[in-house]
Design a protein around this ligand. Structure first.
Ligand SMILES: Cc1cc2nc3c(=O)[nH]c(=O)nc-3n(C[C@H](O)[C@H](O)[C@H](O)COP(=O)(O)O)c2cc1C
Length: 198
């Protein structure tokens, strides 16, 4: 995969990795079009192949296509800042994890960790397809949980907005300023031999 022009001047890597990792970012400008179901399903398909402890596959994805009753409800659970740009999303997705293992219903200590793996697979597949996949924690977790029937066993981890990309100037001015790939900490700040530094 080629490094996208929009990424080139902002992101670089220290150790020659696949460009998919650099090309993925979280734009907000979306076209307001619906997503074809097979495109959406392909993202969940990518997520499904993530690794998990004992192959428990604790991740669940509940999606709502725009112009549906569930979409309205999930949209209304978002905070104001997220509503501003999510109104042009094609789909809203609630990402949940099953807190207990299916076998004997014992607590699963890695449910959130495993679900995070699945989320990034979904996001990378979306980036490869040129879609916006934008994670969100800015929403009312209680409202979202009841909208999707999470009950007691499923924990809402996050939401994401998925949509077709649109030009930056389609966003309100305050968001246009933020519409760019972000940078990262240096490797020396996150990876350590032996022990964490004091
Ligand atoms: C779990 C999670 C929650 C996030 N919550 C929000 C949010 O509520 N609103 C928002 O605009 N962006 C949100 N983001 C996007 C992050 O700010 C973004 O991923 C981060 O700044 C890194 O930028 P990048 O994804 O473009 O590389 C969230 C991302 C994740 C993974």
């Amino acid at each position: 995969m080629k490094l996208k022009n929009e990424i080139k001047e902002i992101r670089n890597n220290e150790y020659g990795i696949d460009n998919i990792f650099l090309n993925r970012w979280s734009p907000r400008a979306m076209s307001g079009e619906k997503l074809p179901k097979n495109e959406l399903m392909a993202l969940f398909e990518a997520a499904k192949w993530a690794p998990s402890a004992s192959n428990n596959q604790p991740w669940r994805f509940v999606y709502a296509q725009r112009d549906t009753e569930q979409w309205e409800k999930l949209f209304n659970s978002l905070n104001e800042g997220n509503r501003e740009w999510c109104e042009k999303a094609g789909a809203l997705v609630v990402i949940l994890s099953r807190s207990n293992m299916e076998y004997k219903n014992k607590p699963n200590p890695t449910a959130s960790f495993d679900t995070g793996s699945a989320w990034i697979s979904l996001a990378l597949e979306g980036a490869k397809r040129g879609l916006v996949v934008h994670g969100m924690a800015g929403f009312d977790y209680t409202k979202a949980a009841s909208t999707v029937n999470a009950g007691k066993i499923f924990k809402v981890e996050a939401m994401c907005a998925i949509g077709k990309r649109a030009p930056k100037n389609s966003l309100p001015e305050n968001l246009q300023k933020k519409e760019m790939p972000s940078k990262r900490k240096k490797l020396s700040e996150i990876a350590f031999e032996g022990k964490l530094p004091k």
